[in-house]
Write a protein that binds this ligand. Structure first.
Ligand code: PBG
Length: 327
């Protein structure tokens, strides 16, 4: 036999010499959930690696993530119902505790990269990413609000704006609004191919942001998030986002959409981000809790699969635990 591929697997040393892919701290983005108040640190029942934290405990957590090697974070707010309305006006209010927290975080840790969330759902009484008018999502009206929200976030100190809403034309509107306000250095990480997935459940629990049950409001997000059956359509979204000024293209979810990550990687010159979403993390944790899978093995293997598919950066609730396990 002239070729024996097993020779390159014969020892740990040889295997690491020929290893093609590796997940490092530089690949990882840690999602964090913010609530109003002080002293809050509540574990999320359906996603036990994640917590809702108030600013004070969040600052401590970010410090510990930095110690683990992380330097990029994406922040999501849980907004009290009393501050929600049809058009998400609290999202750009001067009083907004999410914007104030961003300023405080960047003041304490200027070296980190802080990514925002742009969408209406945390602020909307309908629980939708856009404004609901006569039972439908009003795309163009929503885009104007999103642009205003993005400018407020840039002003607060976010380094990267993360539109997660899937409205048409929002990347261009956000880019123009940022430039008009001289935030030319603030980047856009666009949720390019965000699917209408069932794997967002624990996230909606964490933020209490699910679409409300109301006959006058759409019951799901299928008119704006993509059909899980489509892959060519992701290329169309990618082309538009690149033309509209996105700096990163994101695929979401990650693990069940590895083919989409690989296609966008092959097709675009922009960095590709992949969001390993709440339900994907939660299902793995649940199987490990039952003793059916070994967490130490399958968690790193899962992150590696996303990297191998072609993601340049991975948003995952496991970011800190992954790095701590490497130590
Ligand atoms: C909403 C948003 C969602 C997530 C990020 N931003 C949920 C949704 O679209 O309903 C999901 C993230 C996760 O599940 O981890 N703008």
């Amino acid at each position: 036999m002239l070729q024996r591929p097993r020779r390159n697997r014969k020892s740990s040393s040889v295997r690491s010499l020929v290893r093609e892919h590796k997940v490092t701290a530089d690949d990882l983005i840690m999602p964090l959930f913010l609530v109003e108040g002080t002293g809050v640190e509540e574990q999320i029942a359906s996603l036990p690696v994640a917590y809702r934290r108030s600013l004070d405990t969040l600052l401590v957590e970010i410090g510990s993530c930095i110690e683990a090697g992380l330097h990029t974070f994406i922040l999501f707010p849980k907004i009290p119902d009393a501050l929600k309305d049809k058009k998400g006006t609290y999202s750009y209010s001067d009083e907004n505790f999410y914007l104030q927290a961003a300023t405080a975080i960047k003041e304490k840790y200027p070296q980190i990269t802080l990514i925002s969330d742009v969408a209406l759902d945390p602020y909307s009484i309908d629980g939708h990413d856009g404004v609901v008018e006569e039972g439908k999502i009003a795309n163009d009206l929503t885009v104007g609000i999103l642009a205003r929200m993005a400018v407020a976030q840039a002003e607060a100190g976010f380094d990267v704006i993360g539109p997660s809403d899937m409205m048409d034309g929002r990347v261009e509107a956000i880019r123009e609004a940022l430039d008009e306000h001289e935030y030319t250095e603030v980047s856009i990480m666009s949720y390019t191919a965000k699917y209408a997935s069932g794997f967002y459940g624990p996230f909606r629990d964490a933020l209490d942001s699910a679409p409300v049950e109301d006959p006058n409001s759409p019951k799901d997000k299928k008119t704006y998030q993509m059909d899980p059956a489509n892959s060519r359509e992701a290329l169309l979204e990618a082309e538009l986002d690149a033309l509209e000024g996105a700096d990163y293209l994101m695929v979401k979810p990650a693990v069940h959409y590895l083919d989409i990550i690989a296609r966008l990687r092959a097709d675009s010159l922009l960095p590709i981000a992949a969001y390993h979403v709440s339900g994907e993390c939660a299902s793995l944790i649940a199987a490990c809790d039952r003793g059916w899978l070994d967490y130490k093995v399958v968690m790193p293997e899962t992150l590696l699969s996303i990297k191998r598919a072609g993601a340049d950066v991975i948003l995952t609730y496991f970011a800190k635990e992954f790095l701590m396990m490497q130590k």
